[in-house]
Structures are given as C-alpha cells and as structure tokens.
Write a protein that binds this ligand. Structure first.
Ligand code: UP5
Ligand code: MG
Length: 198
C-alpha cells in the first residue's frame, strides 16, 4: 500500500551548489537518510573488485553522467541498507538526465514516492569557486579542477536543468537560494520540508 512506500526528495543543483552540505543539515535535524549518488559512485570506484570502477572514473573525470543502471542499483542498495524509521530519503545529485529519470521510474516507482525536487540555485561562478577552493584544500576529488569543472557545468546546463524544469512543470520543484550562508539555506529549506509534509 502507499503508506509503506519510501518517500524521496531529490536534491539537485549545479556542481558545488551546496547539495551535500544542505543534506547534512537536514539529516542532523530531521534524521532522514542522505544518499549522495556521487558519493556512492566514488565509493564503488574504490572497491578493489568493482566491475565498474574504471568506467565510473572515466565518466567522473569527463564530467559525464554514468549509465543509470549502475547509479540506480547503488541508490537502491543504499536505501535497502539504511535504517530509516521515517522511510524518508534525500537523494542528492540524482536524477541528472532523462536516462536517469527513465531508469529510476522503471526500477523504483513501485517502491518510492517522489515528493519533489529541492533545487539549490547558485551561479556558475559561485559553484566553481566553491569547488576550486575545496580542491585546493585537498578534497582529493579528481573533478575539483578548472578543466573538469567546465565540463561538469556544461553537463549540468544541458542535461540536468531540463530535468529540474520538467519537475517544475508538475509543480514539484522547490527552489532555495543556495548563495546564502549554509545556515540561511537550511532555514529556507525547512519551510519547503514543511510544505511537503516532512
Ligand atoms: N559550501 C556549501 N554550501 C555553502 C554555502 N552555503 N556557502 C559557502 N560555501 C558552501 O559544497 C561544495 C563546497 O562548497 C564545499 O566545500 C562546501 O563546504 C562549500 P557541497 O555541499 O559539497 O556541494 P554539492 O552541490 O554537493 O557539490 P558536489 O561537488 O558534490 O556536486 P556535483 O553535483 O558536481 O557532484 P556529485 O558528487 O553529485 O557528482 C560528481 C560526478 O559524479 C558527476 O559530475 C558525474 O560524473 C557523476 N555522477 C553521475 O554520473 N550520476 C549521478 O547520479 C551522480 C553523479
Ligand atoms: Mg555533493
């Protein structure tokens, strides 16, 4: 029945917009489970016996979007493995293109209700500066450099923005101004959570 389904909020926005940071604030206060598709892919890439390690690294260093079967199965496993009394999940950085949406609908729509998209809106300049700063501080991420950031941003504009707009037409996109302090972004996000009944 519907009440047994998992509830999902997608967190989207440009590379470095502050998706992960906002999710950590939400998780701390509300206890919902945060699953970052990018973190799951980076973790999978590090596994010594992963079939997909090389493929994932190639896509990440190209700023391209990994085929959905891989990402979606990592998210599915992550959800199953998480203890979540609320059955509420923040899915961070996914879906990024139409292939992602289609793959999600095929594999997950029976088990999950999508409550909406929390859109962290942030300028390209601020996003890029944040990632460069993080890279300089030793993030260890192979995509926190100027060359890959150009590609990440292109992929975001070409592939992900249309997905955000698609959800917006269904009245499911909720925007926060992600150029504010993390605390202020979180304050604004709280109002959105209350709107969706969380
Ligand atoms: N920071 C955060 N908020 C701030 C604020 N309000 N004010 C000032 N500073 C702020 O933040 C980035 C940096 O900014 C941090 O240093 C933070 O302290 C600071 P973060 O919260 O990490 O932002 P986030 O939006 O999560 O940035 P991230 O780099 O993770 O975004 P991406 O979307 O680029 O990265 P992701 O990990 O999601 O994906 C990486 C790659 O994986 C993709 O390019 C793609 O190749 C691949 N991928 C897929 O193929 N499929 C997927 O489904 C997901 C990823
Ligand atoms: Mg992130």
């Amino acid at each position: 029945s519907a009440e047994q389904k998992f509830e999902v909020l997608f967190i989207l926005g440009g590379p470095g917009a502050g998706k992960g940071t906002l999710c950590r604030y939400i998780t701390e206060k509300y206890g919902y489970v945060h699953l970052s598709a990018g973190d799951l892919l980076r973790e999978e890439r590090m596994k010594p016996n992963s079939k997909y390690g090389e493929l994932i690294e190639k896509f990440i260093k190209d700023g391209k979007i990994v085929p959905v079967a891989i990402t979606c199965s990592l998210l599915d496993n992550g959800m199953q493995a998480s203890y979540s009394p609320h059955k509420r999940f923040l899915i961070d950085g996914f879906p990024r293109n139409q292939d992602n949406v289609d793959g999600w609908n095929e594999a997950m729509s029976e088990k999950c209700i999508v409550k909406g998209v929390l859109f962290c809106e942030c300028s390209k300049e601020v996003c890029t500066q944040r990632c460069l700063k993080r890279g300089a501080a030793g993030s260890g991420r192979s995509d926190d450099n100027e060359e890959v950031l150009v590609k990440r941003h292109e992929t975001y504009i070409t592939n992900t923005l249309p997905i955000i707009e698609h959800f917006e037409k269904q009245g499911l996109t909720y925007k926060v101004n992600s150029m504010q302090s993390p605390e202020k972004v979180f304050e604004d996000a709280k109002e959105i959570l209350s709107k969706i009944g969380w």
